[in-house]
Ligand binder design. Sequence first.
Ligand code: DQA
Length: 146
Amino acid sequence: MKKILVIHGPNLNLLGVRETSIYGSSSLEEINAKLEGLARVSGVELTFFQSNHEGDIVDIIGKSHRDGFSAIVINPAAYTHTSVAIRDAISAVNVPAVEVHLSNIYKREEFRHHSLIAPACVGQVSGFGVQSYVLGLSAAIALLSK
Ligand code: DQA
């Protein structure tokens, strides 16, 4: 069974209570459960990883190929706008990545309009709430059959 790594960046552990008017009321566990449902019917295995630490995210991406992952779905959260290290990690491994955001980052503060991560990814989904993750995972699953 093909394996997909789902990475949640900083503060996403607070979903459900954090700025719910922007990020919605679903908790991270609820989002992961929804993704598990899609994975089950699609015949793929998911591994979830959440960290508030840039280096931990760099480390798990860096070994993702060795660990047998065929694709990555990542919400880099605030690191989207700052992390050359996460971008370089994605570029370094031969594992296609899909970037997702709950909110539409282009509709928000100017500093959120730029993603350092996007050029290293196959594509980006932004602005559909929990559905961004579902669409992002669907895109990652479609990449597997390429
Ligand atoms: C986010 C958007 C980022 O700008 C922000 O820092 C987040 C969440 C989103 O999912 O909409 O933490 O990635």
